[in-house]
Design a protein around this ligand. Structure first.
Ligand code: ZN
Length: 341
């Protein structure tokens, strides 16, 4: 079967791998349909000095597939069923797993596509407990966006930042995959959404998703515009994932007691924080990584109801992977790039 492997930094190849064989106890064989690309793929491709990884490595951290064969002991899934795949290999037995705080698993074995072989392959055997069935009306592309794109955002906005109807939120990089999800999810619950984009071409698409105000951060200092738009008050919540380039401005964009939730640092991992600002303004900084499987199920329910929809930049094949990752690195995308398997 075909698979897309990272051989060394910046060298990806389509290779032939052996079929996975019959599923073992508690496992199913999944035929992968769609893989959504993420910044974790970009980080992985260009090399990360601080992460220990094995190579070669099959890439792809976020995917959907169809159940092909069900192994012994699996009763909740049937062949032909479309599933969204939880991307981290969690234990399922520790206190956090049992209490459904999946992304706080104490014995996680790693993230697929980064520490462990990922989903850019035709077939894979996976524990049934890591598969979330897609409800009727959800496409394979939409189901591929439930784990990272929509699940991460559900977890950030609702579990961590506890976003409330009527609040004002600043969503960074409204044209990114998680940005397009955050705009829709916040708008649908009745929030005022301010978002930033890196080019004028992204302003109208961001408004079409529900953003009330769109700031081109290359032309205006976003923190100044945010203070003007909120009459110097600041926003209730900042949705961060850009990191070094935006963090100081994000701190200045919050109202007293505001919450900043972050899941990424695409522009760099280090920044300085003014501690006096942190405690005097009583700001709350919330780190968020991945999601709970329940977040994926909730996101797919909203997709099935037509409340939110996946925003797709392009669909590509294994042959186009280098171009796709370069475009992501250059932030020259609106929405998600889907890798067809
Ligand atoms: Zn666990």
């Amino acid at each position: 079967m075909r698979a897309l492997q990272l051989i060394e930094d910046r060298r990806l190849e389509t290779v032939d791998l052996p079929e996975p064989g019959a599923p073992e106890l508690g496992e199913v064989t999944v035929a992968i349909k769609a893989v959504a690309l993420n910044h974790i793929d970009v980080w992985g491709w260009r090399g990360m000095a601080f992460a220990k990884r094995k190579m070669p490595l099959v890439i792809g951290a976020e995917a959907s597939g169809v159940v092909e064969t069900v192994g012994p002991g699996v009763s909740n899934l049937r062949p032909g069923e479309l599933v969204s795949i939880y991307g981290a290999r969690i234990c399922g037995r520790c206190k956090n797993c049992v209490e459904k705080r999946d992304n706080l698993c104490e014995h996680v074995q790693g993230v697929h596509g980064f520490h462990l072989d990922g989903f850019a392959q035709e077939r894979i055997n996976l524990p049934a407990r890591l598969l979330v069935p897609a409800p009727p009306g959800v496409s394979d592309v939409a189901a591929a966006l439930a784990p990272v794109t929509f699940g991460t955002v559900e977890h950030m906005l609702f579990d961590n930042a506890k976003l409330q109807p009527g609040e004002t939120i600043l969503v960074h990089a409204g044209g990114s995959g998680i940005g397009t999800a955050a705009i829709q999810l916040a708008k649908k619950m009745g929030c005022t959404v301010i978002t930033t984009v890196g080019s004028d071409a992204k302003i109208e698409p961001a408004k079409a998703l529900g953003a009330d105000h769109v700031i081109n951060y290359r032309e205006d200092r976003f923190e100044g515009v945010v203070r003007k738009l909120t009459k110097k008050r600041g926003v209730d919540v900042v949705f961060e994932h850009v990191g070094a380039d935006t963090f100081a401005g994000s701190m200045l964009s919050m109202k007293k007691g505001g919450r900043l939730v972050t899941c990424g640092s695409t522009s760099g991992v280090s920044t300085q924080i003014n501690l006096m600002q942190l405690f005097q303004q009583q700001l709350k900084l919330l780190g968020s990584f991945g999601c709970r499987m329940e977040n994926m199920a909730n996101a797919m329910q909203k997709m099935a109801q037509g409340l939110v929809h996946p925003v797709i930049d392009t669909e590509v094949t294994f042959d186009d992977i280098d171009t796709a990752l370069k475009r992501m690195e250059g932030r020259d995308v609106f929405g998600k790039i889907i890798l067809r398997v």
